[in-house]
Structure formats: structure tokens, C-alpha cells
Ligand binder design. Sequence first.
Ligand code: HEM
Length: 407
Amino acid sequence: MSIAPKKAIVFSDEVLQDPYPMYARLHEEGPVHYLDVGSKWPVWSIVSHAECSSIAKDPRLSAKRAQQMLLSLPLSRQSEFAELARMLGLWLIFMDPPEHTRLRKLLNKGFSAAAVEGLRPQVEAIVDQMLKPLQHGSEVDLMRDFANPMPVRIILEMLGIPQELRDTFVEWSRAIAVFRGNPNRTVEEAHAAQNALIELTEFFRKTVAERRRNKGSDLISLLIDIEEEGEVLTEEELYAQCIALLFAGHETTRNLIGNGMYTLLQHPQQTAELRERPEIIRSAVEELLRYESPVQFTARVLKEDIDVCGQQIRKGWTVLCMLGAANRDPKQFQEPNDLDLKRLNNQHLAFSAGLHFCIGAQLARLEGQIALLNLVQRFPKMKLTGPRPEYAPTFGFRGLKSLAVIM
Ligand code: HEM
């Protein structure tokens, strides 16, 4: 069969800043679209909520896709990044059953409802500590001073890692996000991500060895217990999960808080209602996750030929589930481009669906609810200042470079 592109999706700067007009057009044109990432293997994108949801649950598709991420690089350079693909391939998110099932079951212990609820006092204390120095009426970059450092602080505490290393982790994490979040990845981005993963692996090699001698109730100790049970995690896989948790704990939740606060500031009436009626914070956070999804897409690779809405997609090809587009699908959501903090039956896909449904969803919700409600209630006069904020150049991880406000 010839590869007949239907409609190309572009990741221009204009689209990066505001993908929603493109998503609206794509929804009108159909559920499946061709994506040009310059590789010889075609990539297809699914924008419909129903299809994204079923693709994410379909066992004919594999989550093992680290190698495919290299395909946008020039063929002659791809072999330089074998180590990058190998290291990423060890993450839970890139595993298939039965390895995924065994590891996920054990890791769930660290993210159970009770374990997350137990973190509430810690999250409240950290938010309180970080918001206290922010003066009413002062000019603040909310990303730099709150949204960026807050979730990484929490995940470092969960892993039992000293806070002094925070800035270095954030830098490494950024390099991985730039690589993972751009379908049109470059050689430079691949190099930076590979170096960051090598440094992080070295760090965890030493940390795990120390923690083995002195175990506690932290996530690294839990992973060591899992590893010691045998047959589930190798030493290298153990380091990889530490890195993945650090990455996922930081790179997404900071954008829930940043995107969420930016959206609230643009909707003062609904924000005033949230301030008056804090009990709507749960549905408010779900709506903010839908409206400005921190993860805009995830990917799968076909294990066999399948037909998606009339489009033949071949074994070995990659499919992107455009979660951010699915969350604005008019077939699923009434007035999808309107914010409604009290939206009912909000079945958004911000945390994906199926086997890989975000393990940290409850933690992210807890952090988002506490952070956003505190911001709204403590700073009722907060408003945007300066030029329109820009989104960082990582399409898959949607978040602001900075957010200038008067508190
Ligand atoms: C607003 C915040 C967050 C968002 C939007 C988010 C989104 C996602 C999405 C979309 C996936 C699934 C991707 C797929 O289907 O391929 C995922 C998986 C995952 N997330 Fe999150 N996430 C968030 C926070 C967190 C946090 C706080 C943690 C942990 C500290 C975390 C850890 C993970 C892990 C380990 C996976 C892989 C699960 C698996 O493969 O079974 N996430 N996340």
C-alpha cells in the first residue's frame, strides 16, 4: 500500500503557542491525520477522544517506542543514540506486559490512595512555606518562584534525595523533556538528553548503593525491596524507575499549576466563584487538566497492521494519541473550548487510559488542588502583568516559560 498522507499536522511556533485552532480544524476534518516528522516511517496522529481512548487500551499496540523516537534524526546519526534508546526503554512507561504488569503492580504500593493521602500534610506545609515569602502587590514570576520548584521538591522528598540538588535535576529533566516532547527531535536535543540520562544513572547508582545500607520508607527503598524480590527489576531498571519518577513528578505537575493559574487569571469570574466555594476545587482541577493538558500527546507502535477509522496503519509504524486534542473533542465535550470549572462527567484523557494510565494521577491532583486553591485564596488580587506569556518549546509537555504576575 502506498503511504497517502491525508492532512499534515505541523508543530510551528504559532501552533506551539496556541494549538487549539489547529485541533478544532483537525476535528472537523476527521479523527486520523498524517504527521510529517521527516522519517521514512510514517507517523499518524489520532485526535478523537473515542479513538485515543481505545488505542491507548488496545493490546495490538506496543508502548515500547524508545527506538522509534530516534527516527526523526538523520539515519547516519541514529547509531550515536543507542544508549539513549536503551536507557529510556527501561522506563515503566515504555514497557509492555508481562514486565509492565509485574512492575506496575509493585509500584502501585507507593502511589495507593492511602499513600498519597498520607502526603497531604507534607504538600500543604511545602506550599505554605513557599507562598509565605510572596508579598501582596509584588511582581513575581510564578513559574520560577513557585510552579517549577514545588513539585520537584515533593518528588525529591518522596525519593529521599537532598533538596540542594534540585537545580541540577531540573536541568537534566529539561533536556529529557525537550527530546521526548518534540516529534521533530534534533541531534543536539538527543545528545543533551543522552548526557542527562547518563548523569542521572550515575547519580542513582551511588544513591541506591547508599540506600541499600540504610533503607527507609521512601520510594527508592520501595524499589530496592522490589528489586530484591527478584525477577522483576534489574539493577539498571531500578535506576531507570528512579529517573522516570523524578522526571514525571516534576515535568508535568509544574505545568498543571502554571497552565492552571494562567487559565484562572484569564477567567476572573469563575476564579472568584472558586475562591468563594473551595469545594469545587476537585472539578476545577479536572477541568484545568482537560482545558490545558500538561501532556499533549503519547505514542504507541503497532505490533500488527490495523485499521483506524478507515486508515490502514502498518506494523512498526508509530501512532500519536493527541491527548490535548482529544480533550477538546466536540463529540465528547459540550463547548470544548470553553472553561467550565464545574463541568460534570469530565472524562478527560490528561492522564491517558488503559495499562499506562498515570500512576501519579492522585498525587498530581492533590498537589494541583492544594497549590491552586492556596494561590487563589491567599492572593485574591493577583493579576497578569507584562507581555503575553510564552509556552516552552516542548510540544508534548505543554508549559509556560515564565508567568509574570502582580500578587
Ligand atoms: C499533572 C500531572 C501529570 C500528568 C498530566 C501526567 C500524565 C501522564 C500520562 C498522560 C501518562 C501515560 C502516558 C501513556 O499512556 O503512554 C502518564 C504515565 C505515568 N506517570 Fe504521569 N502525569 C502527571 C503526574 C505524574 C506524577 C506526579 C508522577 C509520579 C511521581 C507520574 C508518574 C507517571 C508514571 C511512572 C507513568 C507510567 C505509568 C505506566 O506506564 O504504567 N506522573 N502520566
